[in-house]
Ligand binder design. Structure first.
Ligand code: 5GP
Length: 256
């Protein structure tokens, strides 16, 4: 009997502890401007047969992040820099060498999201977190992917993870914040990127990071805004990390 108990104790000490909290430093709430997703060479599609989403920033994800990259064995340095940093190749290689910059697919590689988990949030998620990808066209698949990759590392259950992302987004309408500073969607006008940055800092009270992409003619445009959020996913904070950016001096905010 004693031997059996000793064996069980030894076995449990060898198994991974699924209750271990992830020790990330902050979240990025990443919101995308649909005009800048759609007018690239890859184009876009509208989800769930629901028609064109509103001309508003939509959530891309709520991503736990480290303030400094950790360890040496980072499997997806490229994915990181593309997704989080929007960096050039040299920086990307450096990040890959520096280590893992955020946790992903936590627990048993990422528990799948159940529609039951978010049943009371589906209408809000459909409005505020629509997929624009032509690969699947179902927003639930987008939420599910984001939950598995990022949400499972958030120390939140699925319902809180999505509810808090929605609450954070509802606090500031970024398109309105930009419009208040005279930055309105246009296919011809460009705006100094510092003016965009200042408008968001002024309108939300916190410094965010900006990511740009290029339209089909190669012109730089504001694509995603990375707002930094505390570890409970409740309040905005100033971003602790500057982000290398592909935004040029002046950027577009294309009509959607
Ligand atoms: P992440 O950047 O979170 O690592 O990955 C985003 C994934 O979600 C990509 O595989 C992308 O194809 C997919 N996806 C589906 N819908 C969207 C969307 O509306 N915007 C973006 N940026 N990615 C989307």
């Amino acid at each position: 009997m004693k031997l059996a108990i000793a064996f069980l104790v030894l076995l449990s000490s060898l198994l991974p502890d699924s209750s271990t909290a992830e020790d990330f430093d902050f979240f990025y709430l990443v919101q995308q401007w649909p005009g800048s997703f759609c007018d690239t060479r890859q184009g876009c599609c509208f989800p769930d047969g629901a028609g064109k989403p509103a001309a508003a920033f939509g959530i891309h994800g709520l991503w736990p992040n480290y303030a400094k990259c950790r360890g040496r064995h980072h499997r997806e340095g490229g994915g990181l820099a593309r997704a989080v940093l929007g960096a050039d190749d040299a920086f990307l290689a450096a990040v890959g060498r520096r280590g893992k910059c955020w946790p992903e697919y936590c627990g048993d590689g990422g528990q799948p999201l159940s529609p039951w988990d978010v049943r009371d949030l589906v209408a809000s998620l459909g409005r505020s977190w629509p997929t624009l990808s032509c690969k699947n066209r179902r927003s639930f698949e987008f939420w599910s992917y984001e939950w598995k990759k990022h949400g499972t590392c958030s120390n939140l259950d699925p319902h809180d993870y999505f509810a808090r992302a929605l609450q954070l987004r509802e606090r500031h309408d970024l398109a309105a914040v930009l419009a208040d500073a005279g930055i309105v969607p246009s296919d011809t006008d460009t705006y100094p990127v510092d003016r965009v940055r200042d408008a968001i800092a002024q309108g939300t009270g916190f410094v965010a990071n900006l990511e740009c992409n290029r339209d089909a003619d190669g012109e730089a445009q504001l694509f995603q805004v990375y707002q930094c959020v505390d570890r409970e996913a409740k309040d905005l904070i100033d971003c602790p990390l500057p982000m290398p950016t592909k935004c040029t001096d002046r950027v577009k905010l294309p009509v959607f």
